[in-house]
Design a protein around this ligand. Structure first.
Ligand code: GLC
Length: 414
């Protein structure tokens, strides 16, 4: 016991003498992402005496991945802390530091499935930061006005959207749309299209045994239905929408339905939101509803010159207090299981409790089966969906061509 003060003093001394460094993190650039990410990173900096530099990445996860791969190939130390999409740990495994020496077992308090996803060859390559699942946002006031319920199938969504759009336009609101979502040719379209296909019995493109399953009548039909939305219940511009474009239209009170991730909820509640108090959140249509699983982790680049300090920032950013604050103010779903019992978190985000089953059953993209070839698989899938929606192919043609393309990518094995 009598050594304790001495130890404490030397601990304090050590932290004061450690040279302060600048840590570069990739926050943003869109929505509340940059705001919350930087706020907490700066709080860590103030606490530790280090400084933070932001390296603002592109919005699209597809472009983010390309950028990281370029930097990693050059063994660049430009970025210390990297945001890692749920579909990337396997792809980036050679360039990320094992966080186990820094996590001190705290990973046991996060969702086991996410920790398993982030672990490659026994190394923990990313600490879970937040988890995502596709959700259906709807205008409560308008469904009530037109006597409609929350749609249970994609067909029902199509019909309700057409009815309300016609009604609102007849009233003079010529910019009003039935449904907005993400249909630009990028990773987000893979998520959306998996939800239509999966929710209509068409499977997951490649199944867990690695078999290519996409060439089936239900998948073709689901893509044809999505194509029928373009220029009818959805603006043609949706073919170039990412998450933020869809949110812009919906939050300006110009759409009945929107498919988006949980982060959009907190932004709907802001004073500048034209739909404040009018929005409901439900599981996506489908039988079964097939919400895509998403989410982000924080990892440390192997080429960082300050790995231990960068890891300290990662541990801080993924800690309970930061996850709780991000959940309450930014509606980012925590990855720490205990926070789903937190009163303040649940009060700020009713859907986190009410839709627990959506988060538990969300559908993973086929990364496990396709391994390092996943980016090619995903790109082929989003291109096929984009072609159908741009009326350059029918759903039947597209799934048949996609099957051949995937066989080429797979060759003998994934
Ligand atoms: C969200 C998800 C991520 C997904 C991306 C697609 O950020 O969390 O997993 O890849 O959207 O745009």
């Amino acid at each position: 016991m009598k050594f304790l003060p001495l130890l404490l003093i030397s601990g304090v001394f050590a932290s004061f003498t450690a040279k302060a460094v600048e840590i570069t993190i990739t926050c943003g650039p869109s929505g509340s992402d940059v705001e919350f990410c930087l706020k907490h990173a700066q709080a860590w900096a103030a606490k530790t005496g280090n400084t933070i530099k932001n390296f603002s990445p592109p919005t699209s996860p597809t472009e983010k991945l390309a950028l990281y791969r370029q930097l990693f190939a050059a063994k660049s130390g430009d970025i210390d802390v990297v945001q890692i999409d749920t579909v990337w740990p396997g792809l980036l495994k050679d360039h990320l530091t094992d966080l186990k020496p820094y996590s001190k077992g705290i990973e046991a308090e996060h969702f086991p499935a996410i920790i398993a996803n982030n672990s490659v060859n026994g190394k923990l390559l990313g600490m879970p930061w937040y988890t995502d699942a596709g959700l259906l946002y709807y205008r409560k006031d308008l469904l009530q006005k037109y006597g409609l319920r929350v749609p249970q199938t994609w067909e029902e969504l199509t019909q309700s959207a057409a009815k309300v759009q016609a009604g609102e336009r007849a009233k003079g609101d010529s910019d009003f749309h039935g449904f907005v979502f993400q249909a630009k040719a990028y990773e987000g379209l893979t998520c959306n299209a998996l939800e239509w296909v999966g929710g209509q019995g068409g499977g997951t493109v490649v199944n867990s045994d690695g078999e290519i399953t996409i060439r089936n009548a239900q998948a073709a039909k689901a893509l044809n239905l999505a194509a029928s939305w373009i220029g009818t219940i959805s603006p043609t511009g949706v073919l170039n929408y990412e998450e933020e474009e869809a949110r812009g239209v919906f939050q300006n009170a110009n759409a009945l339905f929107m498919r988006n991730w949980p982060y959009a909820w907190s932004l709907m509640q802001k004073n500048d939101s034209l739909v404040k108090g009018k929005v409901g959140v439900a599981k996506l249509p489908g039988n079964p509803s097939a919400a895509a699983l998403g989410g982000w982790q924080l990892g440390v680049s192997k080429y960082s010159k300050h790995q231990a300090i960068a890891a300290d920032l990662v541990m801080y950013m993924t800690s309970a207090s930061v996850q709780k604050s991000r959940a309450i103010h930014g509606s980012f779903n925590p990855t720490l299981t205990a926070l789903y019992k937190d009163k303040e978190v649940l009060e700020a985000n009713e859907f986190m409790g009410a839709l627990a089953e959506v988060f538990a059953n969300s559908v993973a993209r086929p990364t496990t089966a396709t391994g390092l070839k996943y980016p090619q698989v995903s790109q082929s899938f989003w291109n096929a969906a984009h072609e159908v929606m741009s009326k350059r192919a029918t759903g039947e043609e597209a799934v048949s061509k996609l099957e051949s393309r995937l066989k080429q990518i797979r060759r003998k094995h994934w």
